[in-house]
Design a protein around this ligand. Structure first.
Ligand code: NAD
Length: 472
């Protein structure tokens, strides 16, 4: 069957089945892992600003309750439908398992184009949606914890936590009912750039594997790698920026209105700020333009990072891709047909399901912060700084030498919240990359990294069921 015969959820099931063959679990366990445990479809009225009444269609899916709470974003988009929410919820189950975040997968969606509603209408929709979730026990710090996704952000999360808290007076852990909140409402520092940073950590780790890079005909390391990024939004901008800071060369960037390139490198902030001023990436003068924005995907580069939309590389353009490694920062940028073609061509695809897990990993840190009611670093920062100062003083006295002011500042610094969040994310992404790569290396029949990632996820979820004694 080709791409066109599969729904989004069908495509996720197809990838699952492809990987399940490499596991030892019986069919019943696999069917249980694959199934969506609970699908809540709702409709409620909205009185619009002009006095008319509209019926709003919305969903919350809990794909797996093998661990609770369930976790996954809420999407506001005109295309939202049950199949899409189910597919995204399933991906969350596997994503959480791979990065060892102890949650089941969930996802929510409201079928609206948020650009067509006033802020007041959006607030009413978000608060009513939250109330509907509360009525059916589909939200709560121990049951189901939403987060931002396409079309939603800190503002919507603030409305959700406010509605939940108002309807649960005295619930001490109420702030943990949703993540991605503003810091003033219990959010965590570092959440905004978390997904891009996770993408960077994940690809950097693959680049540091000499045997893998040798197969691709590339030297190990990130420095000097030529990188093209599709989409300069939250994920694309931060990913590109972290790569540039690490010494990579950003050779191509694309946005919804066009694509630009410069073989000697584009300065990410310069392009970003120029676009903010002029309104278009195409007005940037220190670059050449592609005639069609899609051509950027096919440009000569080492690493291609789609960070915008679904299904941008399919059976049609996959044969023309010239990158040696593709990092799926967006959700679902490759179709199953593209996967097969690229695997045959020896191009490594670092899969979305784990590569863009930085958001959910830091969401987990935010949830832990909410349950512990204390900012990361608050207890130990000053103690560590005093101790570091004491140790350095002793060393200087014993050696008779002084370190530079710059070194001193670095050594004395006690960890802030953002330092600890970055460090936890780095550890998570490095660990997950090695687990997936080891699975792939240990079984040469596994055709690609996505399948290896699914194998890791299936094994972790299945073990939980087995250990619960559900499947003796
Ligand atoms: P965003 O809206 O901030 O950015 C998307 C960008 O892509 C926008 O700047 C948009 O103009 C641009 N774009 C639209 N059409 C394009 C086209 N045809 N070519 C090039 N650029 C185009 O969204 P985001 O939060 O950065 O999310 C991007 C992707 O990453 C989505 O697939 C999302 O599901 C996924 N993702 C995001 C997060 C997160 O924490 N934000 C976490 C996991 C996965």
């Amino acid at each position: 069957m080709s791409d066109k015969n599969y729904s989004f959820f069908g495509a996720v099931e197809r990838s699952f089945d492809k990987a399940a063959k490499f596991t030892k679990w019986e069919q019943g366990i696999l069917e249980q892992i694959k199934a969506c445990n609970a699908v809540y479809q709702m409709r409620f009225p909205l009185k619009r600003d002009d006095g008319s009444v509209e019926v709003i269609e919305a969903y919350r899916v809990q794909h797996s309750q093998h661990k609770t709470p369930c976790k996954g974003g809420i999407r506001f988009a005109a295309e939202v439908n049950q199949d899409e929410v189910m597919a995204l919820a399933a991906l969350m189950t596997y994503k959480c398992a791979i990065v060892n975040v102890p949650f089941g997968g969930g996802k929510g969606g409201i079928r609206i184009n948020p650009k067509k509603y006033s802020a007041y209408e959006l607030e009413k929709i978000t608060r009513r949606y939250t109330a509907e979730l509360i009525k059916k026990n589909f939200i709560g710090p121990g049951t189901d914890v939403p987060a931002p996704d396409y079309g939603t952000g800190e503002r919507e999360m603030a409305w959700i936590v406010d509605t939940y808290s108002a309807m649960h007076p005295g619930e001490i852990d109420a702030a943990g009912c949703v993540t991605g909140k503003p810091v003033s409402q219990g959010g965590v520092r570092g959440r905004r750039e978390a997904t891009g940073l996770g993408v960077f950590f994940g690809i950097r780790e693959v680049c540091n594997m000499e045997d893998v890079m040798k197969k691709l005909g590339l030297p190990a390391g990130v420095e000097g790698k030529r990188i093209a990024v599709q989409g300069l939004g939250n994920v694309g901008y931060h990913t590109a920026k972290f790569f540039q800071d690490a010494g990579a060369i950003i050779v191509g960037l694309s946005e919804h209105d066009g694509a630009i390139y410069n073989e000697s490198g584009l300065d990410v902030d310069d392009v970003f700020n120029d676009r903010k001023k002029t309104g278009s990436i195409l007005k940037y003068v220190k670059a050449k333009q592609f005639a069609q924005k899609e051509e950027m995907l096919e440009m000569e580069c080492d690493i291609l990072i789609p960070a915008a939309l679904e299904n941008v590389i399919d059976g049609e353009n996959a044969p023309r891709i010239r990158a040696k490694l593709i990092g799926e920062a967006a959700n679902g940028p490759l179709t199953p047909d593209a996967d097969e073609i690229l695997a045959k061509r020896g191009i490594i695809v670092v899969p979305d399901m784990y590569l863009n897990a930085g958001g959910v990993t830091v969401s987990y840190f935010e949830w832990l912060k909410n349950l512990s009611h204390v900012r990361y670093g608050r207890m130990e920062k000053r103690f560590n700084e005093n101790m570091n100062s004491h140790i350095l003083g002793q060393m200087e006295a014993l050696t008779g030498k002084k370190v530079s002011e710059r070194e001193k500042e670095y050594i004395l610094h006690g960890a802030d919240e953002v330092d600890l969040v970055y460090s936890g994310l780095e550890e998570t992404m490095i660990g997950a990359t090695h687990e997936i790569m080891n699975e792939w290396k240990n079984n040469p029949e596994i055709p690609d990294m996505r399948t290896a990632a699914y194998v890791v996820a299936i094994n972790k979820v299945a073990i939980t069921y087995a250990e619960l004694g559900i499947f003796p």
